[in-house]
Design a binder for this molecule. Structure first.
Ligand code: GLC
Length: 731
């Protein structure tokens, strides 16, 4: 897809020699300086520039614009004693100025190649404007849509999450190695941040090491295998030990087991927060515990700036640990070419940012990320509709569609749904737009106004959901319905009898069973980035065919959470189709709600239909070092072309520890014309069936292994249905 990825796991002896030569010249204060990341807004410009001049800053975050970055870089390179350039880090999460759909939406394309291209574009724009390092990809697995940051990741599944992590690292770090047109990637938040209790941000995480290793770590490992140069340690504790001072995750797993050689950056003041955690008595203790655990760079806590040199001089922190951290930082800067080219060509950004081809890619990705959740035939509308009532607080919105973490993305660059409809419909089509209410419920809804508009129309398009600030960091929700008075607005439109298509915009799965029941069509558009409005319009009229598939389960109600497809069977399984029974024998269910979610992982409809036929397990028996081969035929049985994401799941029936009822092990996006069929054949390395079992050695409590035994396999359109087969792994 793009050039050779800049693999930070590999560098030459030449860089090593340069690092040693520079390290040998540095004072202890200058060494500590390389382990400090500052934010000028927090520290103050004067103090910040003075520290840079003294060689006591390694990196600056949240700084934008080549001219301003060059100005600061000149102080570091031309006024400090050793002239070590700064690393400029920014949150380039789903685009820089060309804002793409939020990452959760991007993952619903199930198209790593497309996601890689989007990351490449983000790197081209951000690096042209002076950024060297992005605090992305966010690779936190999440089973809890109450957690606002589910918006920033790739959903609930480690296998899909790993595929998206690899794609985004390739995109960020790829490019011509001699140019500065790349970004060091920074998978985050290491680790298990998405397992916060109650879905409350920053909350306690208490999971088994087995779950940590089988669910939350794999996307990080995938990012490092793809050559990611850095990683960001998280705010949360893991079973009593905060992630930003955790010897198991930062030392044993990351450095010893995985051999990661890159830079560990703490999250914002995460070292300082060890005090609130009750894990350090003061900032000096916090600095000691973090650096000994393996955090190389301190984001804005000033723990290292204030105390690290003293800790070394007192003998409480070995100098060797500081030296190794500084080596990693210097190596990263050299591999980014910062010493040779510390400054950015200030004429570049305007030539690169928001290029037409980038805007087209944003449209393509937005269309493919959107998920058709329901369609009783109302969609596609076509272009002959005479009168449309376009209703809702997000119908002509130019801001919320940017989504969380859009940073310098601008409303000016966006197209609303109203803009999109005007662009795709004939001028004669009458589109009556009525906002109807606000998002939060502060205003009295104009129920009469929307009813009047809907009354006279052939179809009503109601665009509702969340604002961009209702998901993302520190924006968890306890209720997952439509905020404010939007459901009332929808009821008023529905009551007119005019057919209603609902377009949802949100940063997370929503618990909206009543809405889904009421209306004939529901399209999940997420926060779709600068081209969201046009993408929605193309899909509604049928200029494009929806193809997105969910990567996070949608609950029927908050009471079902955590709800995810790869759950365990338990000793009393009752299956997803359980019906609420107040006197049901003792099974694992809620007596007042079914077990099945509203929409399962992998689910998404199309304007055509696909049929799965003739599953064949070509290898009914496999060795642990061989390849499982399973195929099925997929036919487009509808009347228009469409893309289908064909998914392969397995189940390990019996293990040395209990195993999930299904696990995604491969997927493929295919395009089929009407009547066309394709044989989809998956080759899955049997080693991919490994997990952390009990191990076979005496006293061993955990071993990463493929265990022999019976397996089921499915090929299907989502995690809840598909053709079933079986195979055996031989001992
Ligand atoms: C935040 C976030 C992290 C982000 C960092 C810098 O608090 O947790 O994802 O990269 O600060 O903005």
């Amino acid at each position: 897809m793009v050039g050779q990825s800049l693999r930070f796991a590999e560098w030459g002896a030449e860089i090593d020699a340069r690092v040693e030569a520079l390290l040998g010249q540095m004072t202890l204060e200058e060494k500590v300086g390389q382990m400090v990341q500052i934010h000028l807004g927090t520290l103050g410009r004067v103090e910040g520039e003075e520290r840079i001049r003294r060689g006591q800053v390694g990196s600056v975050l949240s700084l934008y614009g080549a001219a301003e970055i060059n100005r600061l870089q000149r102080i570091a390179v031309e006024e400090s004693r050793l002239g070590v350039p700064l690393l400029i880090g920014n949150d380039v999460i789903h685009g820089y100025r060309t804002i793409f759909p939020i990452p959760l939406a991007e993952s619903c394309t199930w198209d790593p190649g497309l996601v890689e291209e989007a990351a490449r574009i983000a790197a081209e724009e951000a690096s042209a404007d002076g950024t060297d390092w992005t605090f992305a990809p966010m690779v936190d697995i999440c089973h809890d849509p109450r957690w606002g940051r589910i918006a920033e990741g790739a959903g609930e599944d480690p296998f899909l999450g790993a595929a998206m992590a690899r794609a985004r690292v390739r995109g960020f770090q790829a490019g011509d190695l001699s140019s500065r047109r790349k970004l060091a990637a920074c998978p985050k938040h290491y680790v298990a941040y998405g397992a916060a209790e109650a879905g409350k941000d920053y909350n306690t995480v208490d999971i088994s090491e087995r779950t940590l290793r089988d669910v939350y770590l794999p996307p990080f490992k995938a990012a490092f295998d793809e050559g990611a140069g850095t990683v960001m340690s998280a705010f949360n504790e893991i079973g009593g030990v905060p992630a930003s001072a955790n010897p198991l995750t930062l030392g044993t797993i990351l450095r010893q087991e995985w051999g990661f050689k890159g830079v560990v950056l703490s999250d914002w003041n995460a070292i300082g927060e060890l005090i609130a955690h009750g894990f350090a008595a003061d900032l000096k203790e916090a600095a000691r515990r973090s650096v000994l655990a393996g955090v190389d760079m301190d984001m804005v806590a000033d723990a290292y700036h204030d105390h690290l040199a003293e800790l070394v001089r007192e003998g409480n922190v070995p100098l060797a640990i500081v030296d190794e951290a500084v080596r990693r930082v210097l190596r990263l800067k050299m591999m980014l070419g910062l010493f040779e080219q510390p400054y950015t060509d200030e004429s570049l950004a305007e030539k690169v940012i928001l290029k037409a081809e980038y805007r087209e890619k944003a449209l393509d990705l937005a269309r493919r990320s959107m998920v058709l959740l329901k369609n009783d035939g109302l969609l596609p509308l076509g272009r002959d509709v005479k009168e449309i009532a376009l209703i809702g607080p997000l119908a002509d919105d130019h801001h919320e569609i940017l989504g969380c973490w859009h940073r310098i993305g601008s409303d000016q660059d966006t197209e609303s749904v109203l803009d999109g409809l005007r662009a795709v419909l004939p001028p004669a089509t009458k589109v009556t737009h009525v906002r109807g209410c606000d998002l939060e419920g502060g205003e009295e809804p104009d129920l009469a106004g929307v009813a009047r508009a809907a009354q006279d129309a052939d179809v009503a398009i109601v665009v509702v959901g969340e604002g961009e600030a209702m998901s993302g960091e520190a924006h968890s929700r306890a209720y997952l319905g439509l905020p404010g008075q939007q459901q009332a607005l929808l009821e008023a439109v529905h009551a007119t009898g005019t057919p209603v298509a609902v377009v949802l915009m949100s940063g997370r799965p929503l618990a909206i069973p009543r809405l889904v029941e009421q209306v004939p069509a529901v399209l999940q558009a997420w926060h779709g980035g600068i081209r969201a409005g046009r993408a929605v319009a193309d899909l509604l009229v049928g200029a494009a065919n929806p193809s997105g598939k969910l990567t996070a389960t949608w609950p029927r109600t908050e009471g079902q959470i955590p709800v995810y497809y790869a759950h365990k069977n338990t000793g009393r399984p009752v299956g997803g189709d359980s019906i609420p029974q107040f006197h049901k024998p003792n099974w694992s269910l809620h007596i007042d709600e079914v077990n099945a979610p509203l929409f399962p992982f992998g689910y998404g409809l199309s304007y055509t239909t696909f049929e799965y036929r003739d599953l064949e397990v070509e290898t009914p028996e496999v060795d642990r070092d061989s390849t499982l081969v399973v195929g099925a035929t997929v036919a487009n049985t509808g009347d228009r072309a469409g893309d289908e994401v064909v998914q392969l799941y397995v189940r390990d029936l019996v293990g040395s520890v209990t195993r999930p009822v299904k696990e995604l092990k491969s997927f493929r996006r295919i395009s089929l014309d009407p009547g066309e069929k394709a044989r989809v054949r998956f080759e899955v390395l049997v080693e991919q069936l490994a997990f952390h079992g009990l191990g076979t050695l005496p006293g061993q409590r955990m071993e990463y292994v493929v265990e022999p035994g019976e397996f089921k396999v499915w090929i299907g359109p989502n995690s809840a249905e598909g053709l079933e087969g079986e195979f055996r792994v031989l001992g």
